[in-house]
Design a protein around this ligand. Sequence first.
Ligand code: RIB
Length: 334
Amino acid sequence: MACVLTVGDINIDIVALLDQYPPKGGDALAKRGELHIGGSAANTALVLARFGLEVSLLGRVGSGILADYALQGLRKAGVELSLVQRDPEVPIGVMFIAVTPDGERTMFGFRGANTRLKPVRLGEGELGKLRWVHISGYALLEEPQRTAALRILETARQKGITVSLDVGMCTAIHAREEVRKLLPQVDVLFPNLEEARLLSQKEEADEALKALVERGVKLIALKLGEKGCMIGDGEKAFTVPAFAIDAVDTTGAGDSFNAGFILGQLWGLNLPESALLGNALGGLACTVVGAGESLPTPQKVVALLQGALASPTWEPWKGGLNHLLEILKGGTKR
Ligand code: RIB
């Protein structure tokens, strides 16, 4: 077993770049259409693997060629797939993603085989190396995937393995009480501002963060898009600015941020440096069309950090940026 396990959806994303959304019942022709690997857990796993971490994915796909395509891409990136189940009846999840010129994406789709994930018990050998379990909140929406995710969470808690949870918008809306109950068992929560608002019933980022920490979560990495992120653990809270990028498509930016923050923590970096790496990966994810195999490489992160170092705006963060560059240039296997 790898040192990180991600739990949740593996999808195929069909992405269309539109000038504007059609009205209900109308038509719109895309100026570009692409097919990508997607799914929150798959995206985070893929980025972690690209940066040299041993990462395994727990999820379920169908048996058709789209599922083969997704698994081939994940395997090629280095993700360990022995826990991925194949469903003989229901196809891989498929998401339709419409992206407008401001980079904003609108998404709808069918979660397919994902929701039929059967619970598994990890053996002692598999658990031995595991240092981090990352759960996508979408896994909490339907049975039996929900039970599968909760079982892994419980096992991780018993073994003292760090648990993170990416909330997800649908989960914040439809499973709010469940997420709130789980907060004391979560070491790192990754919400965006809307999700944090829904969970905490507080409007402002700092108030939402404080309220969620009071509900028992140990650390929150609150994703604020073009405003960067806010990190807080009850004693302190601070913001880390976003990198200047030209956003093309925000799909997968949150998943990529999660990977950066987890990487930083597993590499032994401090919180501001982990957040910087999260922001770098989240920002770069917005500069390309699609998630999955489009998500950032170490080379792209190095170029982004070098560019930031040359800018006076980043003067206060020079130490952290240099440290990240030193690590990334020294090779990403640590
Ligand atoms: O978080 C982005 C992902 O959410 C997309 O890749 C899509 O598949 C949806 O699950």
